[in-house]
Design a protein around this ligand. Structure first.
Ligand code: KG4
Ligand code: ZN
Length: 365
């Protein structure tokens, strides 16, 4: 089977061709993975402007798909199906990919395979590392999401916790902005924090003490693991962002400057990054213990973070749990992961009709 994957949920126009290998341990081969990034367009505004994003997707989609086919040395007649991100994401952006995928599927009489964006991030781990030891606990952490999934079987993703406010990547981007650093802030903070004192500033770690009215349903723990998971896998980053904002404002006033000295900015970045990474890993490893997971995965844009990668590797080794991370090109949004998740859906008979619509808040089930 050969599938074309299309991803336009946010600000990257992406297309990829992925084929099945027939080897269950390494099920997929990425034959091409093309991404047209809009980051230069949105940088001027300090964040993604949805209207600009959809317009740019319209300009880029045909060329990106043609390049993906060219680089895979494939033509339209070689394809067996077309996979596309149905949601969650920016609805105007999603619609461009979906309209393209539906037209191609209709014209070529091929199955249309809808994919959940976060299922794509989870499958990026299998694309890069091969089949994951199950059950697994996977943290998907990006600019739009911070969610923990329990994965008892291939293609079965159960929400076990999520952020109550900002996503971790969003917190990176907002803290970078208030420090006067460029968008997107994650990679910049990662770079600036390198070698700086990660205890330069005392920042609060969010403790979830009250019940969430929108909480994810409590998952049944496998036999032999009593108790409730409760709020131990929920995240909150908006208080941390506010604490950094207050600290920066106080230091500006104290020094009588507009921009803080570089060394001080580096200390703030390192301290902020340490607290975020600790919050992410504490909950991920807690969930892994609770579910009796046989492996841990971390996917999504923030999984590119060097401190997160190093600390996760150390904790995984200490816990005796294999840790799966995506390669850097598959950490941020891409279509290879959508194509792979599409192959998984296609094999399970999960295809879509041509009246399929984009869903900005698509649930996983
Ligand atoms: O997965 P992604 O490309 O898009 C979404 O689905 O949101 O993730 C983008 C996010 C941005 O917030 C960006 O700042 C963050 O991932 N990011 C990082 C790093 N590289 C990207 N955050 C921390 N450290 C990094 N090295
Ligand atoms: Zn994403």
């Amino acid at each position: 089977m050969i599938i074309l994957g299309i991803e336009t949920s946010c600000d990257e126009t992406a297309a990829a061709v992925v084929s099945e290998t027939g080897d269950a341990a390494r099920p997929w081969r990425v034959r091409s993975n093309v991404i047209a990034s809009q980051v230069e367009i949105h940088r001027e505004w300090g964040g993604v402007v949805p209207e600009f994003a959809s317009r740019q997707h319209v300009r880029d989609i045909c060329g990106v798909v043609e390049r993906a086919l060219d680089e895979a040395d494939a033509g339209w007649p070689d394809l067996d199906a077309i996979a596309v991100t149905q949601g969650p994401g920016l609805v105007g952006s999603l619609l461009v990919g979906l309209a393209f995928a539906k037209s191609a599927a209709a014209a070529l009489d091929l199955p249309l395979v809808p994919v959940h964006h976060l299922a794509g991030h989870i499958e990026s781990l299998v694309v890069d590392n091969g089949a994951q030891p199950l059950p697994a606990v996977v943290l998907v952490v990006s600019g739009g999401h911070t969610s923990l999934y329990y994965v008892p079987a291939e293609g079965d993703y159960r929400l076990a916790g999520r952020t109550r406010d900002d996503a971790a990547g969003e917190a990176f981007d907002k803290v970078a902005k208030l420090l006067g650093l460029e968008y997107p802030g994650g990679p910049v903070i990662d770079r600036v924090a390198r070698g700086a004192d990660d205890r330069a500033v005392a920042l609060p770690v969010a403790r979830i003490t009250h019940a969430d009215r929108n909480a994810a349903p409590e998952l049944a723990r496998p036999a032999g693991y009593p108790g409730k998971l409760g709020g131990r896998t929920e995240f909150s980053f908006s208080g941390l962002k506010t604490a950094v904002k207050r600290h920066v404002a106080a230091r500006r006033t104290a020094l009588g400057v507009e921009a803080l000295p570089d060394a001080e900015v580096a200390g703030i970045c390192a301290s902020f990054q340490r607290v975020v990474v600790e919050a992410l890993l504490d909950r991920t490893f807690e969930a892994a213990r609770w579910f009796g997971a046989r492996s841990i995965g971390i996917a999504g844009g923030v999984s590119a973070n060097s401190r997160l990668r190093a600390d996760a590797a150390a904790r995984g080794a200490a816990a005796g749990l294999p840790l799966l991370l995506p390669s850097l090109p598959l950490a941020t949004d891409n279509a290879a992961m959508i194509a792979a998740a599409g192959l998984r859906n296609l094999r399970a008979g999960r295809t879509g009709a041509l009246d399929l619509n984009a869903d900005a808040a698509l649930p996983m089930e």
